[in-house]
Design a protein around this ligand. Structure first.
Ligand SMILES: [Zn+2]
Length: 226
């Protein structure tokens, strides 16, 4: 039976010494966790300094990230030490993107947006807040993902990404806009002569409905009208 994931949790590898944070690998963490007697790495992914995502425990299995709520959580660990150095910009970008993907994958996006204090995305340290609310059994002394990582700020950035309309990603050119419109008309006409299956046409319709394509064609037609 598939487990139901309710929260995405951020961690730090807490790997550093003498004021220097290390670019921990998933293989290293896997080794540490096996040395503790666990079956394998407890986290689902590890995000390196350059933003690379390394796979950890298969998320279909129950992870080992936060005592007492593992069955309902997904765990992202960042290489380095969040008490010594903040996440690198690449880690932050990759972490936000991956978190958004997981919110979508596990059907949590609406809840994340509707419940700003719901801790749907949280730092390991915030399990103490869940304990206060009676939603988790065991408090922690961990600072995950580290004192230098502002989780409220992370949640805000994710919220902005999810709600901000995308900026246009094209350069308008009236001749090209006309060509795009005429070209699509030709493709539709040809497809209809060929009696292509609806399934095939769906992809073309999807392309036609992309906000950018729609905007370009609308503007092109407007300009061509006398
Ligand atoms: Zn942690």
């Amino acid at each position: 039976m598939a487990r139901k994931i309710e929260r995405i949790v951020w961690h730090t590898a807490a790997h550093g010494r003498d004021g220097q944070a290390f670019d921990t690998t998933a293989a290293q963490i896997d080794q540490w966790h096996r040395e503790r007697g666990w079956s394998e790495i407890g986290y689902n992914v590890v995000i390196r300094f350059d933003g690379t995502i390394e796979k950890g425990r298969d998320p279909r299995k129950i992870p080992a990230g936060v005592l007492g709520i593992n069955e309902t959580t997904y765990h992202i660990c960042f290489s380095g030490h969040g008490d010594i150095a903040p996440l690198t910009p690449q880690q932050m970008e990759s972490g936000i993107q991956h978190t958004i993907e997981m919110l979508h994958k596990y059907g949590l996006t609406e809840r994340f947006l509707n419940e700003p204090d719901g801790l749907i995305v949280m730092g390991h340290r915030e399990v103490n807040e869940l304990v206060r609310r009676g939603l988790a059994p065991t408090p922690t002394t961990k600072t995950c993902p580290g004192r230098l990582v502002d989780i409220d700020q992370v949640r805000l950035m994710i919220r902005q990404r999810l709600t901000r309309p995308p900026a246009p990603t094209y350069e308008y050119d009236s001749q090209a806009a006309g060509e795009l419109f005429q070209g699509l008309k030709q493709v539709y006409a040809a497809a209809s002569k060929l009696k292509l299956p609806e399934e095939a046409m769906r992809f073309l319709n999807q392309f036609r409905k992309q906000p950018e394509v729609d905007a370009v064609i609308a503007r092109g037609r407007q300009e061509q009208e006398p």
